[in-house]
Write a protein that binds this ligand. Structure first.
Ligand code: ASP
Ligand code: MG
Length: 417
């Protein structure tokens, strides 16, 4: 007998029929002799709809009330799913996040989990229940309701798996697993059988929306065995674990892209100690994440540098820099959009020189200029103009031997987050 945590996203429980399908799936698992904890998201577009409703009333609703509102989506799901499981003649009990023992920091909208005391969950399991837990929610020590941020139900599932020492945490979604790249761009993208936490983290952060990055961090930290698989079939999915040894000779496991990129350039800055610290310190204070930083054009005592931020942070970043013009004199600050970041990710890179050079070569053969580059041990990212993104991703996919003969199966409607 094993203990499974099975997490189903919004599209997997989008309507009554799908809810029944999930009920059958978890009942089946129990029939195989296992204990089952199910974590569910809000049905379909519920969370977005709730947010829209609030925004009709106020452009900036209080974050406390937003948490109060959004957590109802998951509560509907757990009650309905438990009812559906009962109808199959099985015992089921639903718990909100706080009933399941999730204690969080006192931050609304993006609270971190402090601790989980899952005694009620374990008790209900012992009594033969399928336990159904609401995703992405917890409570502060003061009894305030909090949420973990959009897509946070993955984190609920992984954290619960860690806290209950579950044997495996299965994330059910509407695709067959983690792919070598976006199957909407590359028709013969490969489903990966396994991938390491570190590779998955890079891909998750780079916008492969299947798994929430914080959930992957949590899984790595607690060594939770994660499986990403489809709720629409019984295919095996992708195992995420520490020592995923990728197929022999595979250097690059995946190719990700991010369209949410703006570049900001500051020209003619005094070349003296402390300038970068001042600029990036101020951006950090304004909670603006800076990604790639490049310094160039170093003439005599002046330097130019540019960096990338999320498109949505562009205006704010420009304001911060303008605000520094007294302390850090510069000649000009400009910004650019229409850029994308393409990245190759693979644990095998560590021991293979020339991977980056090959990437540059492939991109140049598409007639595309590389604007910026950044590297880590297991990743190379290039910022390029967005116009030829699809061609570049396809060419890289082919060059690194990732194409398969099969057309990638992409299941039901796109999963929410
Ligand atoms: N329902 C929440 C959202 O849409 C949490 C989740 O689905 O993971 O972001
Ligand atoms: Mg999700």
């Amino acid at each position: 007998m094993a203990l499974y945590v099975m997490k189903f996203g919004g599209s997997s429980v989008g309507d009554t029929e799908r809810m029944q399908r999930v009920a059958r799936r978890v009942a089946e698992k129990q029939d195989e002799g296992h204990q089952v904890i199910v974590v569910v998201s809000a049905m379909g577009d519920t969370t977005d709809d709730l947010i829209d409703q609030a925004k009709l009333l106020s452009p900036e609703p209080p974050t406390r009330e937003m948490d109060m509102l959004m957590t109802t989506g998951e509560q509907i799901s757990i009650a309905l799913l438990s009812i559906a499981i009962h109808q199959l003649g099985k015992k089921a009990t639903s718990f909100t996040g706080w009933q399941a023992g999730f204690r969080t920091e006192a931050v609304h909208g993006k609270a971190r989990i402090i601790d989980i005391q899952p005694s009620r969950v374990l008790e209900a399991l012992k009594e033969g229940n399928i336990v159904v837990v609401a995703g992405f929610q917890g409570m502060t020590d003061d009894g305030e309701i909090t949420t973990f941020g959009r897509g946070g139900s993955d984190t609920t599932a992984v954290a619960l798996a860690a806290a209950t020492s579950a044997d495996v945490c299965e994330i059910y979604t509407d695709v067959d697993g983690i792919y070598s790249t976006d199957p909407r761009i590359v028709k013969n993208a490969r489903k990966l059988n396994e991938i390491s936490y570190d590779e998955m983290l890079e891909l998750a952060n780079l916008g492969a929306a299947v798994l929430h990055p914080r959930a992957v961090e949590y899984a790595k930290h607690n060594q939770v065995r994660l499986v990403v698989r489809s709720s629409f079939n019984h295919n095996e999915g992708t195992v995420v674990k520490e020592d995923a040894h990728m197929e022999q000779g595979v250097v690059v496991s995946g190719i990700a892209y991010d369209k949410n990129v703006a570049r900001i350039s500051i020209v003619g800055v005094e070349h003296v100690p402390g300038v970068l610290a001042k600029v990036f310190g101020s951006l950090a204070e304004a909670k603006i994440d800076v990604d790639i930083i490049v310094q160039s054009g170093d003439q005599e005592d002046k330097a130019d540098f540019s960096f990338t931020v999320a498109l949505s942070d562009r205006e704010n970043a420009l304001k911060v820099i303008e605000g520094l013009s007294e302390e850090v004199p510069f000649r000009e600050v400009t910004s650019e959009d229409g850029l994308v970041k393409v990245s190759i990710v693979g644990a095998g890179m560590v021991s293979h020189p020339g991977v980056a050079a090959q990437m540059f070569d492939v991109i140049s053969k598409q007639g595309v200029n590389i604007e910026m580059v950044s590297t880590s041990e297991i990743k190379v990212s290039c910022v390029i103009a967005g116009g030829k993104l699809n061609e570049v991703v396809q060419a890289l996919h082919t060059a690194y031997g990732l194409d398969t003969d099969n057309q990638a199966f992409v299941g039901g409607p796109k999963d929410r987050r």
